[in-house]
Design a protein. Structure first.
Lengths: 253, 338
């Protein structure tokens, strides 16, 4: 039993080592700043300009958007870049399981999203005079959502290719589609029945509703449902990533 | 004590993108690498060298076969095996955004070395590799040779029992190449097993205790360099340089009965023969008859390069072929990776 826990701790420390290295190497890279930091803000402002929107409502949307877009940007950028440079081989050959490596990569994207979302929340409170109904829930939601969407981004990063461009295109496209069906730009309450049904398939719907609960104090869906769906989506997203990585090892990537 | 590497029936077929049968890159190979050996894995481009090495380092999943690394099955016990191996890929995969010191610290952490151990070891390696003065410089400012040295330092910071080197010296200046060759010898003396893939035949000849030659995905020969050379006595040669050259000289040299192949090598002629003692007097008579003065005359034992070319069927194609070895496996598909 002691051996088991020693191994678990060893694996967790491996994931943390990968995370720290990636933070140092990638957080200030232009690709990460562009796709992970600037893009969600640009999208938010291009949508919200000239719209009559309360500060709290705007902040709730901005938080969901930054959490989603930033977290999902890391995997598609970092892993193909590392594959191209050959540094990913160093990690794959290191003494850690594939799950540990992926956990480290998920944490990189999640931390980036938590940092960017925290900036968005600070700006909202200090400069837009927005108030937060449940700050604790907001932080918990950002934390869970960031890990979940980072795991989602990892699916694209796991596609066997050495060219980041091959991955960025489909991942950006799918993220855009999800933005429009998930109640970020058009609230759930204003959607048609069919559109609402489709929106339930997107985990971003639950993240947006969770942020509505946290910032505005009200949401369309039950709070517990938002938390459960977001939490388990992260684990479900890991499965295709693992399968794609295994496929990559068969193909030679 | 288990062998460093044991490979049984190792096969790799890359799946095809369409409905085809895939690409056979490595075909049922078997070999053993003993502990402490420097083992060279030679082969032309696309022969299956890198594919084999990537399977041995868990980067590529074999289609079939078993790999034992230091007594651990790579499928069931990859974790203890991975802790004991170091890998230097063909392209130096250092983190260019990090300093030399940070690259080493990261790798030390990756192999769970204590802070004291990795600090002491990093200092030792940077000094040994002539990088100490540049320890706080980002690797993006390093030359190719410096990156290569750093890449090797990262691979051995945890003192692996088994080191994989993929093409360690191509593209490097002579000084850097010699530094790395010296290092490989030193690692071997310290007990590290070295598995190196290369197509630098002379380098393998100088460094390796044993070599395997892979061609079209199959092991064509495996032995010590000297024994391999003895096996191929028909590729002995006589090298002669004349004071002058005459038209049609190559054709005339080819008519000598003991000569199987004539090659022009710079200002010299290399005459392949299986019997240099018989050729020499004939060659002297030939030069007198043709009125050609002899500047130099040397007999050459077969080099490892000759053996390699003979086995892989390259260039010296007309030298009498060794049945069962030459062009063996031609019917098989060539791998898409070397």
């Amino acid at each position: 039993m002691k051996k088991f826990w020693t191994r678990i701790l060893d694996e967790l420390s491996g994931a943390w080592i990968v995370t720290l290295k990636d933070i140092k190497v990638y957080y200030l890279r232009p690709g990460m700043i562009m796709f992970g930091f600037l893009m969600p803000f640009f999208m938010f402002f291009s949508f919200s300009v000239r719209r009559d929107m309360a500060a709290g409502e705007g902040m709730s949307r901005l938080l969901a958007l930054t959490m989603f877009f930033t977290a999902a940007a890391a995997g598609p950028f970092i892993i193909p870049t590392e594959r191209r440079l050959g540094t990913y081989d160093r990690l794959l050959a290191a003494p850690m399981s594939l799950f540990t490596l992926l956990l480290g990569k998920i944490t990189v994207g999640a931390f980036f999203a938590i940092a960017v979302s925290s900036i968005a929340a600070t700006v909202g409170v200090l400069f837009l005079d927005a108030s937060i109904a449940q700050p604790g829930l907001m932080m918990a939601g950002i934390f869970i959502g960031s890990f979940t969407f980072s795991a989602m981004g990892l699916i694209f990063g796991s596609i066997p290719t050495r060219n980041p461009g091959d991955v960025q295109m489909p991942s950006t496209l799918i993220r855009w589609v999800l933005l429009f069906i998930s109640g970020v730009f058009v609230p759930l309450s204003e959607m048609s029945t069919v559109a609402r049904g489709v929106s339930y398939l997107s985990p971003l719907t639950y993240a947006q509703d969770l942020m509505n609960h946290a910032v505005l104090g009200t949401g369309e869906l039950a709070l517990w449902l938002n938390l459960i769906v977001l939490f388990f989506s992260g684990f479900i997203f890991l499965l295709p990533s693992i399968a794609l990585h295994k496929r990559g090892r068969v193909l030679g990537y | 004590m288990p062998n460093a590497i044991e490979v049984q029936n190792l096969t790799k077929i890359y799946p095809s993108s369409g409905s085809g049968r895939g690409l056979l890159a490595v075909d049922q190979i078997n070999f053993i690498v003993k502990r402490g050996e420097i083992f060279g894995f030679l082969g032309p481009n696309g022969a299956g060298k890198s594919t084999t090495q990537r399977m041995l380092t868990t980067l590529l999943t074999p289609t079939e076969g078993q790999i034992m690394i230091l007594g651990h099955d790579l499928v069931d016990e990859s974790y203890p095996a991975k802790r004991q191996i170091g890998l230097v890929p063909e392209e130096s995969n250092v983190y260019t955004e990090l300093t030399a010191w940070d690259n080493l610290m990261f790798t030390g952490r990756l192999y769970r070395m204590s802070r004291i151990d990795r600090t002491l070891r990093a200092e030792e390696l940077l000094k040994d590799f002539g990088l100490w003065e540049k320890k706080d410089v980002k690797a993006e400012e390093f030359s190719k040779g410096m990156k290569r040295r750093l890449s090797i330092a990262m691979a051995i910071i945890h003192k692996p029992a088994l080191l994989f080197l993929d093409e360690p010296t191509p593209g490097l200046d002579v000084q850097s190449a010699r530094t790395i060759q010296k290092l490989i010898r030193q690692l071997s003396l310290e007990g590290t097993t070295v598995f190196m893939t290369t197509h630098q035949i002379e380098e393998a000849n100088q460094l390796c205790d044993r070599v395997a030659i892979i061609n079209y995905g199959k092991i064509a020969a495996i032995d010590t360099p000297e024994k391999l050379k003895q096996t191929f006595q028909q590729v002995q040669s006589v090298e002669i340089s004349f004071t002058s050259s005459s038209k049609g000289l190559e054709d005339k040299l080819n008519t000598l009965p003991e000569v199987s192949k004539v090659l022009k090598v710079g200002d010299k002629w290399r005459l392949y023969t299986d019997s240099p003692p018989d050729l020499l007097p004939n060659l002297v008579r030939f030069s007198e008859k043709e009125n050609l003065g002899i500047v130099s005359l040397n007999t050459l034992a077969p080099s490892l390069e000759d053996v390699f070319l003979q086995i892989t069927g390259q260039q010296i194609g007309s030298v009498s072929n060794e049945p069962g070895l030459h062009k063996k496996g031609m019917k098989r598909k060539k791998g898409n990776q070397s």
